[in-house]
Design a protein around this ligand. Structure first.
Ligand SMILES: Cc1cc2nc3c(=O)[nH]c(=O)nc-3n(C[C@H](O)[C@H](O)[C@H](O)COP(=O)(O)O)c2cc1C
Ligand SMILES: O=C(O)C(=O)c1ccccc1
Length: 379
């Protein structure tokens, strides 16, 4: 028998319809919707364009059926699995997401501490609303640093040095944001950062554009265009590989040919991602591309997946398709909004219960065995 799910802490009052305790990650969404200003809710939940890719991510995961094995004698699987050569409590990391103080005053330190308590890595965004040094100090768990390559190369060098000195255990460079996708919800809302939420890793004032609320304009997009280096090349990635000894991940790969080039440069992992449907609307779902990427580079480097993962079953689906692990995005922000650190911890506890259940039901003693399962992709 599996133990019952850890009950949500008192601060996470209810979920699902908003009136009962959360029993799935999706339940935290309703709590967050109630807690957040509409503009923040839209910024987090929204995608680009008409949100075709946002919907496709879910649809593609739902189409992946996993064939259970029986009579395997597995009673209580371990959820532990290696990521980048280090054993983690689950093959899961919290995705890098900007400006977490939009969701809760405790922001990044709370989510990092929850990830650390759950035994999974926390990926800190370049656009964190808390300085990297404060975030690594807030958790005993591994923090990976996500790099947005800025036009100002001096700032890039500074971020690399600071994240390394602060103890970050890996570097994840995001390559799918040459410009920000057109997120129509943010444009319509004239979304901008409130004054108290700032890009705390950058020198003061560097994020002024992100605060300039203008009807019909996304301040986030305006800031990104001014700050991000728009025309990166493989040579830049090679420079980064030379410059750091930390494990290096490239996030935002969909084409297997790009995965091969990344492996040739010597990265340790690629993250198959369409940025949660927030960049190219019309990009394929990540579950659709994952098998081709695994076939192209799976023997050489690790392949992670994100975009649309919402349950332990989804983690199992990704593993069965050949991923070594997944990043979990929006549900962690919803749980943070719903209950701060305790909310985020409750969400990760639920995911662990779901993953253990999924492994038990497919006869896997641990996540690495899920690779042997057959999948069927149909309608
Ligand atoms: C509010 C928000 C902010 C994000 N900020 C970043 C970021 O700073 N850097 C980055 O690489 N990806 C960022 N992402 C993308 C996530 O890392 C991840 O790819 C995506 O959210 C995964 O999809 P999911 O939310 O469906 O799980 C952000 C996503 C959201 C929702
Ligand atoms: O919203 C995002 O997906 C994202 O990556 C981002 C980029 C720049 C500023 C804020 C968020």
């Amino acid at each position: 028998m599996l133990p019952p799910p850890a009950g949500p802490p008192a601060t996470v009052a209810a979920g699902g319809d908003g009136d009962r305790p959360p029993v799935s990650l999706a339940d935290f969404a309703e709590l967050a919707r109630r807690a957040l200003p509409p503009g923040v809710w839209d910024f987090v939940g929204g995608g680009s364009g008409v949100e075709t890719t946002l919907a496709a991510n879910r649809a593609a995961l739902d189409r992946v059926a996993v064939l259970p094995r029986v009579l395997t004698g597995v009673e209580r699987p371990r959820t532990h699995a290696p990521l980048l050569g280090r054993e983690q409590a689950m093959p899961v990391a919290v995705a890098p997401m900007a400006y977490q103080r939009l969701l809760h005053p405790d922001g990044e330190p709370a989510l990092a501490a929850a990830a650390g308590a759950a035994g999974v890595p926390y990926v800190l965004s370049t656009l964190s609303s808390t300085p990297v040094e404060e975030v690594t100090a807030a958790t005993a768990g591994p923090v990976w640093f996500q790099l947005y390559w800025l036009r100002d190369r001096g700032l890039v060098a500074d971020l690399l040095d600071r994240s390394h000195a602060a103890g970050c255990a890996a570097l994840m460079v995001t390559v799918d944001v040459p410009v920000l996708g057109r997120r129509l919800r943010d444009v319509r809302n004239g979304f901008a950062l409130p004054p108290e939420v700032t890009a705390a890793n950058l020198p003061a004032g560097r994020d002024d554009l992100a605060h300039a609320g203008t009807p019909g304009v996304s301040a986030i997009a305006a800031h990104t265009e001014a700050a991000f280096a728009p025309a990166l090349t493989w040579a830049d990635l090679a420079w980064l590989r030379e410059r750091t000894r930390l494990p290096l991940l490239v996030k935002g790969v969909l084409d297997p040919r790009d995965a091969v080039r990344a492996a040739d440069v010597g990265v340790d992992a690629v993250v198959v991602s369409n940025h949660g449907g927030r960049q190219l609307d019309g990009a394929p779902a990540t579950a659709t591309m994952l098998p081709e990427v695994v076939a192209a580079v799976g023997e050489r480097i690790e392949v992670l997946l994100d975009s649309g993962v919402r349950s332990g079953t989804d983690v199992l689906r990704a593993l069965a398709l050949g991923a070594s692990g997944v990043l979990l995005g929006r549900p962690m922000l919803w749980a943070l909004a719903a209950g701060g650190r305790a909310g985020a911890q409750a969400a990760l506890d639920l995911l662990a219960v779901e993953l253990r259940d999924a492994l038990t039901l497919t006869g896997c003693a641990d996540p690495t065995q899920a690779r042997r399962l057959r999948t069927l992709t149909g309608d």
